[in-house]
Every structure is written in structure tokens, then in C-alpha cells.
Write a protein that binds this ligand. Sequence first.
Ligand code: XMP
Length: 515
Amino acid sequence: MKEMIIVLDFGGQYNQLIARRVRECGVYCEVHPYNTDPKELARLSPKGIILTGGPNSVYAEGSPLCTKEVFELGIPVLGICYGAQILAFVLSGKVQPAPVSEYGRTEVTIDEESVLFEGVKKTSVTWMSHTDYIAEAPEGFAVRAKTLNCPVAAMEDTSRKLYAVQFHPEVSHSEEGFRILGNFVKKVCGCACDWRMDSFVESSVRELRERIGNGRVLCALSGGVDSSVAAVLLSKAVGKQLTCVFVDHGLLRKNEGDEVEAVFGPDGPYDLNFIRVNAQEHFYEKLKGVTEPEKKRHIIGEEFIRVFEAEAKKIGQVEFLAQGTIYPDVIESGLGESAVIKSHHNVGGLPDHVDFKEIVEPLRMLFKDEVRKAGLELGIPEKLVFRQPFPGPGLGIRIIGEVTAEKVKMVQDADAILREEIGKAAEENPSWMPAQYYAALTNMRSVGVMGDDRTYDYAVALRAVKTDDFMTANAAPIPFELLSHITDRIVNEVDGVNRVFYDLTSKPPATVELE
Ligand code: XMP
């Protein structure tokens, strides 16, 4: 049986990070709602349970809590922040408002006697974020760390294998955090820490087979990393029971439709049913005369669903609808609601008129880099696995103003040149490889001269950004010679374009995409 740690979600903001850190320790980790039945926990038989932080006060009415039974399963428990206070509260210690709230970097002094703190510096910086604190540890608990304002920064009852820390070991600001989590996972829970992506792939295939049985699965394939990995995983599990519908909305990058078909179509390596819907004209028709960016997004998203539904109708009833949802797309409220899928300003949302019984989301528990690792493990071409992000509405939001087939062609051709040149240059100097780079078509036309003739053509904007999280971004420092070479190629090779700009603006105040 697979070694697993379960994180019980009490609504804290770092819950994803806890799961991620545990996996970095080599142990599979799942996040479950805080009110998961203890019997279910016993059935899942994890090697350890972690209670997350959360915004509530344990003693306030209606706050999310777990019952004592969770602590009587014989499974080691680590409570973090609010989770630590739950342990104290439920086991009859004392939790109360702290006279001084601690927020941010806080020095903690620990007692090295604890297994949790083996190899950890006696005094180290941790990340705190609390207004309540544990004033008195429950009976049977020994206090193992304190801060200036917090008498119980860590406590433990080794006989019952219950541990609690007031600080957040999962965030990188906690200097010794990773070691502390590692100690919990290895030394307290006794995990072998041998979970790797290949075991994820293997166990997912097995679980998908069990769940799907002889059922049929329908998947909307975009050619993006997530839906591609989900599709290949499913095809490994249930082969031809899977049908992938790829809607070519005519707003993809140059040759992208054919590239997706080459991988997933009948001549590709995978055993699945692949349907390509060439809906280019339909989308151009719907976008005729539309210039407002949000309206374009809405139309593209909506039509995508309608085209997908029409195709699905032809297939008839399927038991499962597959989605490439990944962990960051999932918001687990942690407060007893079922998980809500972010409407990820993406193409999609759920189709209303597809006849299916259940949704299957095989990547639901993975982070983006883990999805990529799974993709490589599954043998998906690197080019596809490491694709830069591409927005669902595609070139529709990279053509300012009205979208037409002619403009799509211009932006595709310019973008292909940019990607080819940056790709080549980054091979030599990978360090300045931008996180995202593309060409867009501005709605500006200007006068130029070509040969002896006057031109009145469009201007292309090049955008290349460095960013870690896409929330903020800086223009990538592309060498001037390279920019100049790309510009020459674009104006010479792309019909209808006579000027090229490079966008130097950061985000904020700009955004990554032009629309
Ligand atoms: P912005 O333009 O918001 O972009 O700074 C940040 C990241 O999000 C992507 N993006 C989108 N992705 N549908 C998507 O699937 C969209 O409508 C959309 N708008 C922006 C963008 O490519 C960048 O990676």
C-alpha cells in the first residue's frame, strides 16, 4: 500500500505548500476537508496527518474543528498554527487571544530533545501569523519551543504521537521548516520517503482502471500541458474507451493544430480516439466586429463549450468527463463545501449539455512542475511538456481590435519567427530564457516604405517576460542584436507588417497579455 500523508484543510493560505513540501520529502500527500470522518481517515490509513492553519479562532462558534477521535487513531498528527491550537483546544489545553500577535519573521528557541527538531538550530527564524495562542498545553504534552511572546511555540505528546507547532514550517521563510517537516514525515511517521513520479503514474493508471471499469471517457484536449498529460494518463489506463475532442478555434499558434494532431491523432503513439474539430470559420464568424477584450474572451470561452458539446452529442452518453484540472486550479474551501473549480479565465467551465455521470480529474493533486514530471514519465515529447503558457482564448487576445483570418495569419507568422529565434538563442544561453514570449498584432497601422512603394501596414508588438508567478513580471533583457534580427525577419517575411515594437513595460502596471 502506498505511503501517504493526509493534510486536513482548515482553510489556511499555505495548505497547498504543506502538501508540496511533504511530496518534496518523497511522500505522497493528499489534502482532505477538515471534517473528513475519522473512520474514513482510518480506512485511508495514512502514515501521518497534518492539520493546517486557518483564519478562525478555535473557541469561536461555528469554527472548523475536528473531533478527538482523529487523535485516537494511533496515526501521528502534526498541528500547524490554527491546527496546533485545535490540538490544544480539543484535548483540553488553553487557547486564548495572545497579548501580542505575532506576524511575520519571528525567532523561535527550541529544545533539541524533540525528534521533530533533530538537527535543527536551537534558535532560528520562523514565520508566524497568529492572534490567538496556546496559553497552556494539554495534559500529557511537553512544551518544546517558545518565542518572546508565545509560551508554547511547539508542544508534543510522544506517547500519543501528537505534535504541534505555532509557526509555519512549510513556508521558505522558516529557516528550519523543511527539516522539521522532514523529521515529522521520516522520524515520527516512519515514512520510507520513496514516492516518485513513476509511482504516481503507476498508481494513477491502476486507480483510473478500477474507477472507470468499462465506462467511456470524454476529454477536451487543448494541446496544453495539463490536458495532454491527463489524456495520456487516461489512454494508458483505458485506451480506446477514451475519446479526446480537440477544438481548433483558429486562434492557435502557427501549425499548432497539426502538431497536436500528430501527437494524439491516429498516426501518433497513443491508443485513443481522437476527434479534431476544425471550427476556425465558426469562431471568426462569431468574433466578427467584436473589439472589446472581455467580450472576445467570453465569446471564445462560450463557443468553445458549444462546439465541444455538439461533438459530444454525436458520441452519446459517456460515463466520465475528464478534465486537466491541476492543484492550483482547485480551491478547497476547507469549510465543508465541495471543491470549487476556479473559472480560470480560461476556455471552458463545464459544458451544460454533455451527458456524463462523473468528472474525472487525474491531475487534481499535482502542481504544475509535478504535471510536467508526470508528462515526461509518460513519454510525452519534451516540446509539449515544457510548452510556455498559452492563454485559452489564444491569439484572440493577442490581436488588438477585431479578429480576422488575415490578422491571425500575420500574428502566427510573426510569432513563429520570434519563437524560433528566441528558442535558438536560449539554447546557447538558457539563463535569460523568458518565462513567456510571443508576438501580438497591434491595431496600429502606419506608413512605411518597401522597395520604392509606400506601405500602410500593421505594427507587431513583441513581448517577452521574466516572472516566477505571473502576478508580477519584468520585460526580458533580450539582446539588442537579437531583437533587431527578429524585427528584420518579421518585416521581410510577414505580409502586411511594416513595423515592430518591443514592449518594455513591467507588470504592474501592464499585464503579460496585451488584452
Ligand atoms: P496577464 O495578462 O493577466 O497574464 O498578466 C498572466 C498569465 O495568464 C495568462 N492569461 C490567460 N490564460 N486565459 C488563460 O487561460 C486567459 O484569458 C488569460 N489571460 C491571461 C497569460 O498568458 C499569462 O501567462
